[in-house]
Design a protein around this ligand. Structure first.
Ligand code: 13P
Length: 336
């Protein structure tokens, strides 16, 4: 096994998943404002260290994706964030793209930026403790989207990113997110997600990326949020597995889904069914942002000093997700 493969499988070992706590300052400000908490650097690290020091981290969370601000912050006790995570048994990851911008030539679509100077930034992140990274390409579904231009240019960027990350001995999370927004059918989501993922792997191979040292972070197959033809969770699980089986090369060790706007319980239930039906060699786990943090954030916002209460809520969510990553979750456990 290569070193990168060891890191990738360690992060997703035995039902463990990833906490995506890499909201940019802009996104984190929106999240905090939605629960009436002022978005200051102090409040941002306070919420995050409340989660990072929680008991559930050790059993459930193999890796945490951080934003640049957070990986450079210290906790209330003066500890480096990467050291706190390592003490909790979790690896530090870092979001290295600089965001999705309007795609020239197709202004309704986005291209993710951040390749300039990336090699130098990666070396710095490695020095301060990061062992894996994330880059998110984003695609919307309409009649004509995602366009070939968006599919090709985002795949190219993801491949160049992944090659640079591996050169720096870190595991790249490759995240092509096909959004849930819109009134498209689940079949359209299936077809378009398949094309997007296949193109990503074609480019990863072209750029000589070691696929045994990559984690894919895809969306699940769902009908658009405004579609009248929603599908069952069983259908989502089966279509998601079919899509990944057809689109992802066998060497890839792990897949960690994003939650993408699903509720906490829906994201958990779908992951559980995916694991019940999983007839592939891929580890199928989670890399959730909102579906791990939403309830904890709501509780915390009522009393930001209630560390224990917030941690209990986060621990429960992490435990439910880890059970789902093993196909052992059931709805009855939600209320215990
Ligand atoms: P969500 O689980 O909230 O979609 O966030 C995952 C993520 O990291 C998106 O880039």
């Amino acid at each position: 096994m290569s070193e990168l493969n060891k890191i990738a499988t360690k992060i997703l070992d035995n039902g463990k998943g990833i906490l995506a706590a890499d909201e940019s300052t802009g996104t984190m400000t929106k999240r905090l404002q939605s629960v009436n908490v002022e978005s200051t650097p102090e409040n941002r690290i306070l919420f995050r260290e409340t989660l990072f020091s929680s008991k559930g981290m050790t059993d459930c969370i193999g890796g945490v994706i951080l934003f640049d601000e957070t990986i450079n912050q210290k906790t209330n006790d003066g500890e480096k964030v990467s050291e706190l995570l390592s003490k909790m048994g979790s690896l530090a990851g870092i979001k290295v793209d600089t965001g999705a911008k309007q795609l020239a030539g197709s202004p309704k679509e986005k291209i993710t930026e951040g390749l300039d100077g990336l090699r130098e930034r990666l070396k710095e992140y490695y020095k301060i403790g990061a062992r894996f990274t994330k880059w998110r390409g984003v695609y919307n579904i309409t009649k004509d989207c995602p366009s070939k231009l968006s599919i090709d240019s985002n795949a190219h960027a993801l491949a160049r990113y992944a090659a640079l990350v591996q050169e720096c001995n870190m595991v790249p999370i490759v995240e092509p997110e096909v959004l849930m927004d819109g009134n498209h059918s689940a079949d359209e989501c299936f077809n378009k997600t398949s094309v997007v993922i296949k193109k990503c792997f074609k480019d990863l191979i072209l750029h000589k990326v070691d696929l045994t040292g990559v984690i894919l972070k895809p969306n699940m197959i769902l009908a658009g949020t405004e579609s009248k033809n929603q599908i069952s969770n069983e259908e989502t699980a089966k279509l998601t597995i079919k899509c990944l089986k057809e689109s992802v090369p066998n060497e890839v060790p792990g897949i960690a889904f994003l939650s993408g706007g699903q509720s906490e319980v829906q994201a958990t239930e779908n992951l559980n069914l995916i694991n019940k039906f999983n007839d592939t060699n891929f580890i199928m786990s989670y890399s959730y942002g909102r579906a791990l943090q939403q309830s904890a954030l709501k509780h915390w916002s009522k009393d930001i000093k209630d560390i224990k209460g917030t941690q209990m809520i986060f621990d429960h969510r992490a435990k439910m997700c880890t059970l789902a990553a093993q196909g052992k979750w059931s709805i009855n456990l939600e209320n215990n």
